[in-house]
Ligand binder design. Structure first.
Ligand SMILES: Cc1cc2nc3c(=O)[nH]c(=O)nc-3n(C[C@H](O)[C@H](O)[C@H](O)COP(=O)(O)O)c2cc1C
Ligand SMILES: [Mn+2]
Length: 493
């Protein structure tokens, strides 16, 4: 049975020893971040702050704040109710096997085939816990324990929302996790970056001339698979709530919003309804970001609240990003494992891939391939730079299949041995992540591919290639047996 809501997941985490309650008063300004950063970097549990407060505003919030709920491999597995994320990857693989696609675009179109599994379609319901309280007057975001994460942040930010919009062109839904900077009690920023689904809907409004306002619903706190689906870089026309239904193997229940023509999860903790306006673009940021640096102030639409619906006793969910690894690394790890089968479907030569924490998702991707022809590594690079989920990859290292890309030290060792830099590095220009602060222009810059595969004569490499040093297995066995008697004081290695 899938988790119905956030609190069911919290209950499970607590039973598994994966959540710690913090009964002391802690400030939403910086203090929750400092505690969470230390706990997260030490590989510690999710935290339920029972008494968040703000000294600055003189507020003791009436609701608890949960954070780091997805902040480990184990909690990602608990979130998706699997022993290993490979189990989910296998289900995705099976789904992709259903109809062999013809070409690249057919493969992309294939994803909506998930809908053939009817039972995972979002289900409309009349009401739900999120409608226990409906506020249309005296709206105030000041009642929620919204964090200021880092000292130079431009304000308080809602960091783990599900932002729901409908395409003015196709009517299809998109759900993305985009932070919201609180401007005042009923206005926030809407930080959908230029390449994201929400931003595309906003542009479509302008192009289509269908008025100046794009309606938006923002859900905060839900069952973990649904929350996670907002983070997944799914193809543009694939509804994240549909994919969430596939992940949890039960439909996501949706209710009609009260003031906008959108649907939001019935089991959410809080839903903020409102709109963005083509004529109301404001400075947003700075914000201590995934990269470990502040993303600088930039221009984004403002989000105007028209209604808040919530449970009587909501739990506010938050996350903090910053110098890795933090909770977002583990979400990224989940994304990596779930996208691998989709990437393999398009590029069958890919054996495994990995995004090390230090690379902050887009900065470093390690890919192992089964190399079968000259220049194969470069074909893979170009293909990956063309995939929606991986197009921002700044540094892409392609290795042979015998290299374990989950082991960064092994990759560094082998790749650095194998390259002749001038020959093996490929530079390209293209779109880069909006958070990249080093590119020559915002959103546009260069990317680097390193062909660290063993070079073949057919690629012009005719020198002999040395063997990797490996000990004789017989000798290893003998020393294993001898080890305890040697008394070297090191456990057998
Ligand atoms: C904690 C967290 C915060 C995020 N904040 C933002 C954000 O503020 N703006 C943004 O464009 N993407 C942000 N992302 C990344 C998007 O959620 C991600 O790219 C997602 O795939 C977007 O969905 P979409 O493809 O439907 O637009 C964040 C991701 C995480 C894990
Ligand atoms: Mn999307």
């Amino acid at each position: 049975m899938a988790y119905k809501d956030l609190r069911e997941f919290i209950g499970r985490l607590e039973r598994e020893g994966e959540l710690k309650r913090i009964p002391v008063e802690v400030d939403v300004d910086l203090e929750i971040t400092e505690i969470t950063d230390r706990v997260s970097k030490a590989g510690g549990p999710a935290l339920l702050f029972e008494k968040p407060r703000s000294a600055k505003d003189g507020v003791e919030y009436s609701m608890p704040l949960v954070i780091n709920a997805l902040g480990s491999k184990r909690r990602m597995e608990l979130a998706l109710e699997v022993e290993s994320l490979e189990d989910v990857a296998r289900r995705i693989e099976a789904l992709l096997e259903m109809k062999p696609p013809e070409g690249f675009f057919d493969k992309l179109k294939l994803l909506p085939m998930i809908s053939e599994l009817g039972s995972v379609f979002p289900k409309m319901v009349k009401g739900g816990p999120v409608r226990e309280v409906i506020e249309k007057d005296n709206l105030s975001l000041g009642r929620f324990p919204i964090m200021k994460c880092w000292p130079q942040d431009g304000g308080r930010f809602i960091t783990f929302p599900m932002v729901i919009t409908r395409s003015p062109k196709t009517g299809r839904r998109n759900v993305g996790c985009y932070r919201l900077q609180v401007y005042d009690e009923r206005t926030t920023g809407m930080h959908w970056q230029i390449h994201k689904g929400g931003a595309e809907h906003f542009r479509q409004l302008e192009l289509g001339g269908q008025g100046r306002r794009l309606e938006v619903a923002v859900a905060i706190g839900c069952d973990p698979a649904t929350m996670f689906s907002a983070v997944l870089p799914l193809p543009e026309d694939l509804d994240e709530f549909l994919f969430a239904g596939f992940l949890r193997q039960e439909p996501v229940e949706l209710v009609k919003c009260a003031t906008v023509d959108l649907e939001a999860p019935a089991q959410a903790e809080i839903v903020l309804e409102g709109y963005t306006d083509l004529d109301d673009i404001r400075p947003e940021g700075p914000f201590g970001d995934h990269t470990g640096y502040y993303s600088l102030e930039d221009k984004f639409p403002a989000f105007h609240l028209t209604c808040i619906t919530r449970r009587k006793d909501p739990i506010y969910v938050s996350t903090v990003v910053g110098r890795p690894p933090l909770e977002d690394y583990w979400m990224g790890y989940g994304v990596e494992r779930l996208l691998l089968p989709i990437m393999k479907k398009q590029l069958p030569e890919v054996v495994d891939m990995h995004m090390p924490a230090e690379g902050v998702f887009h900065n470093l991707l390690l890919v192992a391939i089964r190399k079968s022809y000259p220049g194969h590594a470069r074909k893979v690079m170009n293909a990956i730079w063309g995939l929606p989920g991986a197009m921002f990859t700044k540094c892409l290292v392609v290795v042979d299949q015998d290299v374990n890309v989950q082991d960064t030290r092994e990759v560094a060792w082998k790749a650095l041995n194998h390259i002749d830099p001038e020959r093996d590095i490929e530079f390209v220009l293209g779109p880069v992540d909006q958070l990249d602060h080093a590119s020559r222009l915002p959103n546009f810059g260069s990317k680097m591919g390193v062909d660290a595969t063993r070079k073949w004569p057919s690629e012009g490499f005719t020198r002999p290639w040395p063997d990797e040093i490996k000990m004789d297995p017989e000798v290893k066995k003998k020393i294993d047996a001898l080890w305890p008697r040697l008394g070297v004081g090191i456990d057998k290695v």
